[in-house]
Design a protein around this ligand. Structure first.
Ligand code: TLP
Length: 340
């Protein structure tokens, strides 16, 4: 049975071209710096976000945590959004790996407030931990995109206080589509950026961490310390190259499908769509009346639609390259059948 999988864009399957590229990849031992395919991917990735260098890492979580570990020293404080992936979904690893304390900002609907961030930067007081880093997430996991003006304002605040900015840009190319700019125009307001190859871009595995040559050299050693030295990694890097070359431009299609999905969901009286948060390939909604969530999830599954259970009462549907417009219509019809 074919399933329509809208749990995430992490579920996308690699394309035929990716599988062929993996088969054909020229490889070597990357810990010795011998893998030409990994090198090619790292060069291409750096270029895409306008940074000097980039490093191939196994996952987005790995890339974010490596960034924190590389930018900070133990006991530093990191300013980060309360509802960010780093705070909510990385198993508390900032405390374990970088040994930092997190100081959170509110980030209403995923949009940071520069004034609030500024107020959280520590002054030089004997009681305070030093502020070691500011983290941003764009797009935010709440489905919104932060404007370039806000990014710029935060960048100026950080530069004045000589604090670096790390961007969790897991889906930076989605943000770029929404803002109608190149990803490098977003990344230019940050010192390091992590982005994922294995979400909407459909590579089977891998993320990139990009920054200055010096930062990436330090991160490469940190990656080894974290057990992330990969050997003939060109096999997977080859799919990452296809992801960056072929899959960026089509991301806007996922946004169009998400907009359609949001519009149709909103037509159900029983459903409230978080419309102001449909800015990328995600749709968030809740039921106005009490429904049996387990029954809903298993009904959808039986009909061939994989969805996640709600988090704090909110459902998230994510469009991706394996979900067509017809699939969106099928999802809507199936929900209609469930409700009646
Ligand atoms: N997000 C996943 C889940 O972990 C929630 C998803 O399905 O959206 N930053 C952001 C903003 C992310 O959304 C994710 C993954 C990551 C980092 C981590 O990437 P991975 O899963 O590769 O560690």
């Amino acid at each position: 049975m074919r399933y329509i999988d809208i749990r995430s864009d992490t579920v996308t399957l690699p394309t035929k071209k990716m599988r062929q590229a993996m088969f054909d990849a020229e490889v070597g031992d990357d810990v010795y710096g011998d893998d030409p395919t990994v090198k090619k991917l790292e060069k291409l990735a750096a270029k895409k976000v306008g940074k000097e260098a980039a490093l191939f890492v196994p996952s987005g979580t790995f890339g974010n945590e490596l960034a924190l570990f590389t930018h900070t020293k133990r006991g530093d404080e990191v300013i980060v959004a309360k509802n960010s992936h780093i705070v909510l979904h990385e198993v508390g690893s900032s405390a374990v790996i970088a040994g930092v304390q997190l100081r959170t900002y509110d980030s209403i609907n995923g949009i940071p407030d520069p004034v609030e961030i500024k107020s959280l930067i520590r002054s030089n007081d004997i009681h305070y931990p030093p502020t070691g880093l500011i983290c941003l997430e764009n797009p935010s996991g709440m489905g919104t995109v932060t404007s370039l003006d806000v990014m710029k304002e935060i960048h100026e605040i950080a530069r004045d206080r000589k604090i670096s900015i790390h961007l969790d840009g897991a889906r930076i190319f989605n943000a770029a589509c929404t803002l109608n700019v190149d990803a490098e125009e977003i990344a230019m307001y940050t010192d390091s950026v992590m982005f994922c190859l294995s979400k909407g871009l459909a590579a089977p595995i891998g993320s990139m961490l990009a920054g200055t040559e010096e930062f990436i050299e330090k991160a490469r050693k940190g990656r080894k310390l974290m057990g992330g030295g990969m050997r003939q990694a060109g096999i997977i890097a080859a799919a990452g190259i296809v992801a960056l070359e072929d899959m960026i431009d089509r991301l806007c299609e996922d946004h169009e499908n998400a907009t359609l999905l949001a519009k149709k969901l909103d037509e159900f009286e029983e459903i409230e769509v978080m419309k102001e948060r449909t800015q990328v390939n995600m749709v968030f909604f809740r039921f106005n009346e009490k429904i049996n969530d387990d029954a809903f999830v298993s009904y959808m599954f039986k009909k061939g639609v994989k969805i996640n259970p709600p988090e704090n009462g909110e459902y998230r549907f994510v469009t991706n390259k394996d979900v067509s417009k017809e699939d969106v219509n099928f999802v809507i019809k199936t929900i209609g059948d469930f409700l009646s």
